[in-house]
Design a protein around this ligand. Structure first.
Ligand SMILES: [Zn+2]
Length: 294
C-alpha cells in the first residue's frame, strides 16, 4: 500500500511470531492459498469490476483505487490469493478435511462493495467464501461474525436481505465508513459502539444481540471477519478491547457453531494494525478455533 501505510506486510509476521511464541503454531496444518477464479469472484462482484481491477494493476509503481487503497505490481496476485484462501478453507471444511480454518490474508476484504474497492480492500474475501459455500456446496444458512472496529459495509452491501446469510457486527460509531446504523436490513445485526467502549460493552452486545440472533438463525456454517483493530493498543480507532475478549467472543460463537454447524468455523483476517496486540489477539482467537484452549 506504500510506505508508512498501516496495512503493511509486517502484520502477518506479527501473527506468525505470536503463533510460535505461544507454542500453538506447531499444532496447526498449513496450506498455500490458490488464486480465486473469475467465476468465484463474480458470484459477488460484477465481472466488469473484476476486469477493471485486473486492468488497473500496474506493472510498476503504485496506482490508487481510492485515497486509502493502492495497488503495486504484487497486489493483484495477493488479492486473488486472499479471496482464494477463503474459498479453499471453505472446501477443506465442507469436505471435512479440517473442522476450522484461519486465513491470515492481505489485503483485507470487508469494505469491498459489489463494485467498489475502498478502505484497503479490493475483493470481499469473506463474501466470496460465503457465496462459495452457498452456491458451490449448497449450504443454506451462513453466519458472518464481524468484530473489526470498522463496519463491514462491503459485506452488508453484498448480503443485505439475502435469506441465506446473517451478519452480526460491532463497530465504533460514528467512525469510518459511517454506515451500518441507518435502517439496516433485517438480516443485519449491527451494534454500534461509542468511542471509549471496552470489554463490557462488547460482551453485552454479543450476549444480548448476536447470540439470540444466531440461536434463532441456526447457521450451518460460521465465518468470521476477524479484525483486531478494536484492541485498546490499536490507535487506528478508539475502542478498548483486550486480548482476552477475542478468545471470549470466539468461545461464545463456538457454542453456537457446535450446536448447529458441526463446529465448522472459518475465519479471515481483516484489520489490526498495532503489531504486538494483533499477534496476541489473533492467537487468542486461533487457540479457540483450533480447540487448543482446553
Ligand atoms: Zn478495521
Amino acid at each position: 500500500m506504500g510506505a508508512h501505510h498501516p496495512e503493511r506486510p509486517e502484520r502477518l509476521s506479527a501473527i506468525e511470531d505470536q503463533l510460535i511464541a505461544s507454542g500453538i503454531g506447531q499444532y496447526l496444518k498449513r496450506y498455500d492459498a490458490p488464486l480465486a477464479t473469475e467465476e468465484q469472484l463474480s458470484r459477488v462482484h460484477p465481472r466488469e469490476y473484476v476486469h477493471a481491477i485486473h486492468d488497473a494493476a500496474p506493472r510498476e509503481g503504485t496506482v490508487h483505487l481510492d485515497p486509502d487503497t493502492a495497488m503495486n505490481r504484487y497486489t493483484l496476485q495477493a488479492a486473488l490469493r486472499a479471496a482464494g484462501a477463503g474459498v479453499m478453507a471453505t472446501d477443506l471444511v465442507l469436505k471435512k478435511e479440517v473442522k476450522t480454518a484461519f486465513c491470515p490474508v492481505r489485503p483485507p476484504g470487508h469494505h469491498a462493495c459489489r463494485a467498489r474497492a475502498m478502505g484497503f480492500c479490493i475483493f470481499n474475501n469473506v463474501a466470496v467464501a460465503a457465496r462459495h459455500a452457498i452456491q458451490a456446496h449448497g449450504v443454506g444458512r451462513v453466519a458472518i461474525i464481524d468484530f473489526d472496529v470498522h463496519h463491514g459495509n462491503g459485506t452488508e452491501d453484498i448480503f443485505e436481505n439475502d435469506e441465506h446469510v446473517l451478519m452480526a457486527s460491532i463497530f465504533q460509531h460514528p467512525f469510518y465508513p459511517y454506515s451500518g446504523t441507518e435502517d439496516p436490513a433485517p438480516n443485519m445485526y449491527n451494534v454500534p459502539l461509542a468511542a471509549g467502549s471496552g470489554s463490557r460493552q462488547f460482551r453485552n452486545a454479543v450476549t444480548e444481540v448476536w447470540l439470540p440472533a444466531l440461536e434463532e438463525f441456526r447457521p450451518e456454517l460460521v465465518f468470521f471477519s476477524a479484525g483486531f483493530d478494536a484492541h485498546a493498543e490499536d490507535d487506528m480507532a478508539m475502542l478498548r478491547f483486550s486480548d482476552a475478549d477475542y478468545g471470549w467472543v470466539t468461545e461464545q460463537v463456538k457454542t453456537v457453531a457446535d450446536r448447529y454447524s458441526g463446529g465448522r468455523m472459518i475465519s479471515l483476517l481483516e484489520g489490526g494494525y498495532a503489531l504486538s496486540a494483533l499477534g496476541r489477539s489473533a492467537v487468542q482467537h486461533i487457540r479457540v478455533l483450533a480447540g487448543l484452549n482446553g
